[in-house]
Design a protein around this ligand. Sequence first.
Ligand SMILES: C[S@@+](CC[C@H](N)C(=O)[O-])C[C@H]1O[C@@H](n2cnc3c(N)ncnc32)[C@H](O)[C@@H]1O
Length: 238
Amino acid sequence: MHFPKTNAFPRSIMLAKSMGPNPLKICEELLDSANIPAGSVVLDLGSGTGLTSAFMVREYGFNVYAADLWSNPSDNMRFFESLGLDNHRIVPLKADATALPFASDFFDAIVSIDSYSYFGRDPRFLGDRLLPLVKRGGELLFAIPGMKRDCHDDLPACLLASWTPEQLDYMHDAAWWEALIRKTQGVTIVAIDEMECTPEAWADWLECDNDYARNDRAAIEAGALEYLNTIAVHLRRL
Ligand SMILES: C[S@@+](CC[C@H](N)C(=O)[O-])C[C@H]1O[C@@H](n2cnc3c(N)ncnc32)[C@H](O)[C@@H]1O
């Protein structure tokens, strides 16, 4: 696949700051399916080290709030400053997705890469916690690590080579996510698709020099990508 925007971003930074399959490629493919104009105010929910947040400011001209539970907002702000981004364009904050400190109808769009499965499996989360924060007509775009078909009743050995059944409980297929989202009023499903970049996003992740990436190698080398995908969820608030 072609990733002109990802390729414009220093690869060494991507390798150092990724927390999973190449978030930049995933973000670029996800945003290709939407038409969010430059200048939009965007929430990057579960932004981790802020890689996709900085990417969306630099490459798309958004004004980004980078909200994350585990990462340190001061570390993320120093990272943004090292890229020449200031606090007029990007705001890091420590926040729990289930209790976000924003006004209703605040965001033009919400993006969440490789994080939604931590908090979005609660059927009330979307309607009660997230949807009110985006303006009517605003877009919600989630890229979720998933399964081609749910196989929790008979987990293949290749998946168990790196992950426990409890960790794999976070992963579901597109039909599972669609059924969950359909329970929420006030939102339309624009599309729910498997993403094409999954194999190369994983290949980039396995190049990273950290214990999480090293842990994941066994499963991928044993054939886990026969079972795994990345699910792009594109919603619009009514
Ligand atoms: C696998 S990392 C992905 C980070 C980043 N989006 C990326 O792609 O590099 C998952 C992130 O979800 C965040 N997270 C988990 N539960 C959360 C919650 N309840 N509220 C906000 N963030 C949460 C964690 O802090 C972590 O940074």
